[in-house]
Design a protein. Structure first.
Length: 192
């Protein structure tokens, strides 16, 4: 096999067409992550997993790899492993509110609503103006039956980001809040 100047070693089929490209080090990581993202974008979850599983062992715990692994685990509905990966990402990047939300989401599905709520209450201290955290806390409160807290949290989310008004109109966690809308607070803005 002839080596090209860029260090890439092409493998070819019987017709001489490239079938696989092998890289080393950082280039291999970039290639595998790019491939995994592409597969994930196409809904080819198994292929994305294969690419991530071939990331060199010494690079498998890098933040970029873990972030992509989290997306794959979410697509696979693998809640306990997703919670573990998201927790690690929160420890590495606490300023990234999305990791807190992902950790809580996976924890709710894999463990309990109470544990997920505790995560978001902690996240709220760092991200008090994050609408998605307020909205999810509102959903959790509604599921627990605390409609006053749910109304407060959902209103706060909508004030921070008006797009949550649409989400509030359809989120299944908020059914009880919508059903009792006028009864507990006639002056409350209607979730529609």
């Amino acid at each position: 096999m002839e080596e090209r100047n860029d260090g890439v070693h092409p493998q070819t089929d019987d017709c001489g067409r490239p079938t696989r490209v092998e890289f080393s080090g950082a280039m291999d990581l970039k290639w595998r992550l790019s491939q995994a993202r592409g597969y994930l974008g196409l809904g080819m979850i198994h292929e994305a997993v294969v690419e991530l599983d071939h990331v060199p062992a010494g690079m498998a715990r890098q933040t970029e790899v873990l972030a992509l692994r989290a997306l794959v685990l979410q697509e696979q509905a693998q809640w306990p492993p997703l919670a573990e990966v998201a927790h690690e990402l929160v420890q590495r990047q606490p300023a990234e509110s999305g990791w807190w939300i992902t950790w809580a989401y996976a924890t709710r599905r894999g463990h309990s609503l109470a544990a997920a709520e505790a995560i978001l209450l902690e996240a709220e201290r760092t991200h008090p103006r994050e609408a998605a955290i307020q909205f999810n806390l509102g959903c959790y409160a509604c599921v627990r039956g605390d409609l006053i807290e749910a109304r407060h949290r959902v209103d706060q989310a909508i004030a921070l980001d008006p797009s949550f008004k649409e989400a509030a109109a359809t989120d299944p966690d908020l059914v009880r809040l919508r059903e009792t809308q006028g009864a507990s607070r006639p002056s409350a803005p209607e979730i529609t």
